[in-house]
Design a protein around this ligand. Structure first.
Ligand code: KIV
Ligand code: ZN
Length: 510
């Protein structure tokens, strides 16, 4: 039985979304938030409401619609930020204002240009304001973060924490903002804060570790050993620069090595693989094959010695089972004779509640795939349905395309695209088939994207597998990701490109 409960604070939709090109639209963020509650995280940091009108609306929508987890919004320790954040999170059953200010000498001097005395005063005033706003709600609380805590003077940091607690913060977050800490010293650092600021014993102590030295998970675990009871992390470890601590790694380390930690989380680990795939699909961030817990190879055993051992007894080389993280379910589910009821039931099992119109569309796509592919697996269904959901908010939709290519002709493409309700045609030729279709789309949409990355993979094994294409497209100096799945690689390429342009349009680039 676990003695201490570790809260999982998921920041995929805030710090994770700050990763270049990872931006998601509102529908996508809502979908991720729903999946995060299925996963069982305690707190969802839904966004940074002051950063844009779109982010504000997205946090508000999640606060209104998503039940089960506490919904947090981020706010600098500035009155306008705190008030806007509160307006966004207050519809939640359980809400949180997460406010922060820098406390390291270098950040105080060069980033926020404030003296230590000013930081003391601002902390007092802004945490008090957040507390007063939260007090008007049945269940709202305040988290305070000291940005760049790992490079702050320990005594000053402890003093700031004491002020924040006195003014009403009930969660104190200690970020390693620049990923500078090492596990041994980070554990000691947290211990030292408990000693210097005894009031920390009465609140939740949290850590937020970045992965610049590849140590975010190790540092988070060291902090748990030193007494922290909240870990901030992101699915697949996405986030600023090298990212945040990966949720799946922190949770599975705590679970697998319960003998050492003696703590537990509320995460339903069998939802990990699906959450990971969803976030990867929607952000366009591919998961490296050998990524711990969720990489394609994480449970693959290549060497003969390992395979022989596994056949005799799984524990010889396996410290976790694929089923523990939800990886055992990707087998046959439906075939071409399956009907709408079977599809609806299977989708409900996967957590998708589709309206009748959405089900009609999904069924239509399912049939067209099932006609070409012997079996349709969970992975295929997920890929198809999550695409259906995303197409609802699009500015542009690919209607049809024709591409002619071959070793003896100049590749030529023609596309018809629905551009905000009007059908537009684009044509182009080029040196390569994919290039010609992307240029034809640019012509139809009236935008010019420049391709920064292009990747193709199969969703499952087999020559009849669905193709997944991911692109990174630069528009107006910013990078936007796009992803799509189709039986046909050219169609998947065209749709992925259109998706990236949609993301650019949603961000105001068209
Ligand atoms: O890395 C960081 O310090 C942050 C804070 C806003 C918590 O993301
Ligand atoms: Zn961060």
């Amino acid at each position: 039985m676990s003695s201490r409960y570790i809260k999982i604070f998921d920041t995929t939709l805030r710090d994770g979304e700050q990763a270049p090109g990872a931006s998601m639209n509102r529908g996508e963020k809502l979908e991720v938030a729903h999946q995060l509650t299925r996963l069982g995280v305690d707190i969802i940091e839904a966004g940074f409401p002051i950063s844009s009108a779109e982010d504000f609306e997205s946090v508000k929508e999640i606060a209104r619609e998503v039940k089960g987890a506490r919904i947090a919004g981020l706010a600098r320790a500035i009155e306008k930020d705190v008030r806007v954040c509160w307006d966004a999170v207050k519809p939640a059953e359980r809400a949180r204002i997460h406010t922060f200010i820098s406390t390291s000498p270098i950040h105080m001097k060069y980033q926020i240009k404030k003296t230590p005395d000013e930081v003391r005063k601002i902390t007092r005033e802004m945490v008090s304001l957040a507390r007063d706003l939260a007090a008007t709600h049945a269940d709202a609380d305040v988290e305070f973060s000291a940005m760049d805590a790992s490079r702050s003077e320990p005594e000053f940091l402890a003093e700031i924490f004491a002020i924040a607690i006195e003014c009403g913060a009930t969660t104190i977050n200690v970020p390693d903002t620049v990923g500078y800490a090492l596990p041994l010293e980070w554990g000691d650092f947290i211990h030292e804060q408990y000693r210097l600021c005894p009031a920390l014993e009465d609140v939740t102590v949290s850590v937020h570790c970045h992965n610049d030295l590849g140590l975010a998970t190790a540092n988070s675990l060291a902090a748990v050993r030193a007494g922290a009871t909240q870990v901030e992390c992101a699915v697949n470890g996405i986030g600023e620069r090298a990212g945040n601590a990966a949720l799946e790694e922190v949770v599975m380390a705590i679970r697998t090595r319960g003998d050492v930690f003696g703590v537990g989380t509320g995460v339903h680990t069998e939802e990990i693989a699906r959450t990971s795939r969803l976030v990867s699909t929607l952000t366009g961030y591919t998961i490296q094959r050998n990524k711990a817990i969720v990489g394609r190879n994480a449970f693959a055993h290549e060497s003969g010695i390992h395979q022989a051992g596994l056949l005799t007894r799984a524990e010889t080389f396996e410290i976790m089972k694929p089923g523990d993280v939800g990886l055992a379910e990707s087998d046959l589910v439906l075939g071409k004779h399956s009907g709408r009821h079977a599809l609806r039931a299977q989708l409900a099992e996967l957590g998708y509640q589709l309206s009748d119109t959405e089900l009609d569309e999904a069924f239509h796509r399912f049939k067209s795939i099932a006609d070409k592919k012997k079996t349709v697996t969970v992975l295929d269904l997920e890929a198809l349905v999550s695409e259906e959901i995303r197409e609802r908010q699009d500015h542009f939709t690919l209607q049809s395309f024709v591409t002619q290519a071959g070793s003896a002709i100049i590749p030529t493409s023609q596309v018809d695209v629905d551009v905000r309700g009007r059908r537009k045609r684009g044509r182009s030729f080029s040196n390569g088939a994919v290039e010609s279709i992307f240029k034809a789309i640019d012509n139809a949409v009236g935008m010019k994207g420049s391709l920064a990355d292009y990747q193709v993979r199969s969703v499952t094994a087999g020559k009849d597998a669905l193709a997944e294409v991911r692109v990174a497209v630069e528009v107006g100096g910013r990078s936007f990701n796009g992803q799509a799945v189709s039986y046909d690689v050219m169609e998947a390429s065209a749709k992925a490109y259109v998706r990236a342009l949609n993301n650019a349009a949603a961000a105001g680039e068209a």
